[in-house]
Design a protein around this ligand. Structure first.
Ligand code: HEC
Length: 210
């Protein structure tokens, strides 16, 4: 009986580990977009310094968002680091956070054909949502840069500013966390209710007096 229990425990441990590894292949765990209170991909892909030989860009975020409007947000990872490798892979994770509450802000909707997914936040930030690549979305063999798009519908403008955070990697494609280059960036967008530039009539008149 004891041997059987031991055998079962070993089997479960092996199976559990396999499930965990598979989970990584299907996309990173939640909470690694470089957002406040969370980490970024360097936690497990830590061979090189952040933003070495490339950059991450968050495109399509409006300077001012309109309540309920939908914007197509694109995360582009640019890197020359893996250019000489036979089959580089790419990955990303993106989230939108309220600058006021730290909660997830707005609603993400997947764009067809991007091979991405949306995962729920961690226990420390359960309202955040993370858009990220699926295994099929790692753009294997692509050179120089890779990108993914997702639609984001803005929240009530009264909620205040929103900040997008994204982290991405240009990986060597060896199926491990080694030899991969990590990039991260953030972009702040303002609502249409809170004044962006604090300027009063008095200060404006002052500026144009001369
Ligand atoms: C908790 C640890 C962990 C975190 C955090 C993590 N990864 Fe990974 N990642 C792994 C492991 C382990 C592998 C290799 C095994 C696998 O693919 O499941 C991997 C593999 C990958 C690969 C394939 C690499 C290759 O060379 O073949 C990509 C792409 C990737 N991760 C992207 C990301 C991105 C993007 C982030 C950050 C948003 C991230 N990972 C965060 C553990 C992690």
């Amino acid at each position: 009986m004891r041997t059987v229990t031991r055998w079962l425990t070993a089997l479960l441990a092996t199976f559990g580990a396999a499930v965990a590894a598979y989970g990584l292949t299907t996309g990173p765990p939640a909470g690694y977009a470089g957002d406040p209170g969370e980490a970024d991909c360097l936690a497990c892909h830590g061979d090189f310094a952040m933003n070495l030989g490339g950059e991450l860009r968050i495109l399509g975020a409006p300077p001012l968002y309109r309540e309920g409007a939908t914007y197509r947000i694109t995360v582009r990872v640019v890197s020359s680091q893996t250019a000489a490798l036979p089959a580089p892979k790419w990955g990303f994770q993106l989230t939108a956070v309220s600058a006021v509450t730290g909660d997830g802000a707005g609603v993400f909707a997947l764009v067809g054909g991007e091979n991405s997914q949306i995962t729920a936040g961690t226990t420390s930030h359960p309202t955040r949502r993370y858009v990220e690549h699926l295994a099929a979305g790692t753009r294997t063999g692509v050179r120089d840069s890779a990108e993914w798009s997702v639609d984001w519908t803005a929240p009530d403008a009264d909620l205040g500013g929103v900040e997008f955070f994204a982290a991405g990697i240009a990986a060597d494609g060896d199926g491990s966390g080694n030899g991969d280059f990590v990039y991260a960036a953030s972009v702040a967008v303002a609502d249409t209710v809170t004044p962006v530039l604090v300027s009063t009539w008095g200060s404006l008149k002052q500026r144009y007096r001369r």
